[in-house]
Every structure is written in structure tokens, then in C-alpha cells.
Design a protein around this ligand. Structure first.
Ligand code: PEP
Ligand code: MN
Length: 265
């Protein structure tokens, strides 16, 4: 496979421009709400990022929701608004693309296209993202194996897009005490098998706010190249995933811990 270390030994460095990289040997921190909700919220999160030296912000404008009646995002207008605020502040945008028809309209406004867990094996979407000259982060499928994640990455990489990042976000197991089971095993295994950077999402991985920080730090120790976690001004009022979302004080503390633990790794 082209994404394997056997084919390419040197770790892939994903360059987002303006000195922002996701790569082996650095620790990327990406934070932001589950959903982009309003101009006011965007400004607050962007400020939070800037104040804490965080150069990448996450947020969904097209939301894959289990229930069709749940909030499904601000759409392309929300993304344009977000981009106008974030780019001015030097903050990169990580957001989910749900279908091929969105790729082009999103293109001027995103820095990393996120492929969600539910779309991890949407092979048409992966094929199209392989033709794009912009970074892609693929989340592991809800019940996806490590091998399946690597095969999904192969679709994009073999299409010609080498700006690729893998994301462990927890898998569905028999365990119901947590939302998902964050598979820390996947981190050293992916790092050994592939030259691609590996990011960990402890928010979706455990689904419980109070335990997100320790799982994030466990991810750092396991060898992750970055952590992506959800944060919001008032998590209790978030339109989605509030139960696993940190407030800004918790987020600021976590960002500091991530850097401290990484420096000692
Ligand atoms: C998200 O990042 O908010 C999200 C929907 O993640 P996942 O696809 O991992 O469930
Ligand atoms: Mn979420």
C-alpha cells in the first residue's frame, strides 16, 4: 500500500501554510465546538484559540446526526462566516465534508476536510478527495478496523492527494459505560504501519466531558501527532455533543498539559 511505511519510510508532513503543520515530531492541537452555531460563538472560540496559541479550529457546518430532527448545521453560509473570522485571526479550519457535491463549494474556506466516522467508507467521497489539493483527515469508522482505516486512506492517497491525516475517534464495542471505546492501541499500530500523521479524538472516543483530558493525555503518551477535542463557551448549551465538550478554562488547561506531556515524551 502507498500509505504503508514499507512503501515510504519517511513520515508524511502535512503543510497547512503559514507555518502550521501536522507532522511526526510536533503536537497539533485542534479544538472547537461540535457544531458551528452563530457568529458570536465563532468569535468566542476563535479568540479562545488565539489566546491559547491554538492554530487549528474544528467545527461542523454539515452535521451527520443520528436523528433527522437534530440540529444539522449552519451549512455553507456558516462556513463562509467562520472562514472570514478565522482566517483574519490566523486560525485554520477543520470541518466535515459529507458528500462529494460539497467539496467544491467548501474548497475556498477549509484547510482540512474531515471525513466523519459515518463516511469513513464512502468510497465515492474518498475518490473525489483524492483529486483535491487540500488536506484530508479521515476518521476511523464507527465499527471500522485499523486495516479498513488504512484502506480508506489508500483511496485518497492513491488518487494523488498525499496531504492525509488519520484519526482515531473510538469504536463501537459491547461496552456501554462510555459512548465509544477509544482504541489507544490503534495509535502505535497506525504509527508503525503507516507514514501518515495520527490524530486522536478523545471527545468522541469516550463521550464524557470529565474524562476527556486524561484520554487526550493518554493519546499523547501513546504516540499521537495531535489531539482534536470539542470545546465551547457554554458546553451545556451546545447544539450537539455538549456532554463531551470542555469549557474554555478546561480547554486552556488541557492544551497546556498536552504540550507539557508531549515535551516529556
Ligand atoms: C464530529 O467530529 O463532530 C463528528 C461527528 O465526529 P465522528 O464522525 O467521529 O462521529
Ligand atoms: Mn461531535
Amino acid at each position: 500500500k502507498l500509505v504503508s511505511k514499507k512503501w515510504k519510510a519517511k513520515p508524511t508532513s502535512v503543510d497547512l501554510g503559514d507555518g502550521v503543520f501536522i507532522k511526526d515530531g510536533e503536537m497539533a492541537i485542534i479544538t472547537g465546538p461540535c457544531s458551528i452555531e452563530s457568529e458570536d460563538q465563532i468569535r468566542k472560540v476563535v479568540n479562545h484559540c488565539v489566546e491559547n496559541g491554538i492554530t487549528m479550529m474544528r467545527g461542523g457546518v454539515f452535521k451527520p446526526r443520528t436523528s433527522p430532527y437534530a440540529f444539522r448545521g449552519m451549512g455553507i453560509d456558516g462556513l463562509k462566516l467562520w472562514h472570514s473570522i478565522a482566517s483574519e485571526a490566523g486560525v485554520k479550519i477543520v470541518t466535515e465534508v459529507m458528500q462529494t457535491s460539497q467539496i467544491e463549494e467548501m474548497y475556498p474556506y477549509v484547510d482540512i476536510y474531515q471525513v466523519g466516522a459515518r463516511n469513513s467508507q464512502n468510497f465515492n467521497l474518498l475518490d473525489e478527495l483524492g483529486k483535491v489539493d487540500k488536506a484530508v483527515m479521515i476518521k476511523r469508522g464507527i465499527s471500522g478496523t485499523i486495516e479498513e482505516l488504512l484502506q480508506s486512506a489508500e483511496y485518497v492517497f492513491s488518487g494523488g492527494n498525499e496531504k492525509l491525516i488519520l484519526c482515531e475517534r473510538g469504536i463501537r464495542t459491547y461496552e456501554r459505560a462510555s459512548r465509544n471505546t477509544l482504541d489507544l492501541n490503534a495509535i502505535p499500530i497506525l504509527k508503525a504501519k503507516s507514514h501518515l500523521p495520527v490524530i486522536v479524538d478523545p471527545s468522541h472516543g469516550i463521550g464524557i466531558r470529565a474524562y476527556v483530558p486524561q484520554m487526550a493525555l493518554a493519546g499523547v503518551m501513546a504516540g499521537a501527532d495531535g489531539i482534536i477535542y470539542e470545546s465551547h463557551e457554554v458546553p451545556e448549551k451546545a447544539y450537539s455533543d455538549g456532554q463531551q465538550t470542555l469549557d474554555f478554562a478546561q480547554s486552556a488547561r488541557l492544551a497546556t498539559w498536552i504540550r507539557e506531556i508531549f515535551a516529556k515524551r
